[in-house]
Design a protein around this ligand. Structure first.
Ligand SMILES: Cc1cc2nc3c(=O)[nH]c(=O)nc-3n(C[C@H](O)[C@H](O)[C@H](O)COP(=O)(O)O)c2cc1C
Length: 183
């Protein structure tokens, strides 16, 4: 089983990275081979709405993003991890998901039905958990593509880089997300 882990924060070693790494351990414990992509490495390419992807099943505009999109096609499962930015996913994750037209046939059916997926989000707010709407948004996209949601963890209350590592409950939940994607 091949799993692709997507890190949606530019802050390497930050909270979404820490949680994603734990999910990766979970996926590996279930026997998966895991490849990880930091979206910051893809640059800041935005979709230009050329719509070629729907016909060609690839992004003709952005080579590096297209490589990751093609990897998703061949992976069995996907783990998406994002910090909350303005009550939703990070703009890195949103810009990446804006390229998911490659997964859509011209008749609006999915090119990747059944793909397994797990979600992780983390926000700083100690009160309201804005990770919930962030995950809901990502999940809505995944369900449109008929992906199978295997697990999710919506964490709140962590702002400083990496401090979520002290939260045993959140770390265990992230591990389970990875394991569920790979099981
Ligand atoms: C641009 C930006 C917007 C943010 N918006 C929110 C927000 O709406 N709600 C919130 O609780 N935290 C918000 N935060 C805080 C981050 O969600 C929080 O620090 C998180 O732990 C960062 O994860 P990371 O370490 O993986 O980057 C924001 C941070 C940044 C940089």
């Amino acid at each position: 089983m091949k799993v692709l882990a997507i890190m949606g924060s530019p802050r390497l070693g930050g909270n979404s990275d820490v949680l994603l790494n734990e999910a990766i351990q979970g996926a590996k414990a279930a026997g998966a081979t895991v490849d990880k992509v930091n979206l910051i490495d893809l640059g800041r390419e935005m979709c230009v709405a050329c719509h070629s992807c729907i016909q060609k099943a690839e992004c003709v505009h952005d080579k590096r993003t297209n490589e990751v999109l093609q990897k998703i096609k061949t992976a069995h499962g996907l783990i998406l991890s994002t910090p909350v930015w303005s009550m939703s996913m990070s703009s890195y994750m949103k810009a990446f998901m804006d390229h998911w037209g490659v997964f859509m046939n011209p008749d609006y059916t999915s090119r990747i039905p059944g793909k397994r997926v797990g979600f992780i989000a983390v926000c700083a707010s100690p009160d309201r958990n804005y990770s919930i709407p962030a995950i809901k948004h990502m999940e809505e996209c995944a369900r449109f593509f008929r992906m199978r949601v295997k697990g999710k963890v919506a964490v709140k209350g962590y702002g400083a880089a990496g401090e979520v590592s002290k939260d045993k409950k959140a770390m265990a939940a992230a591990f389970r997300v990875g394991k569920a994607v790979a099981s």
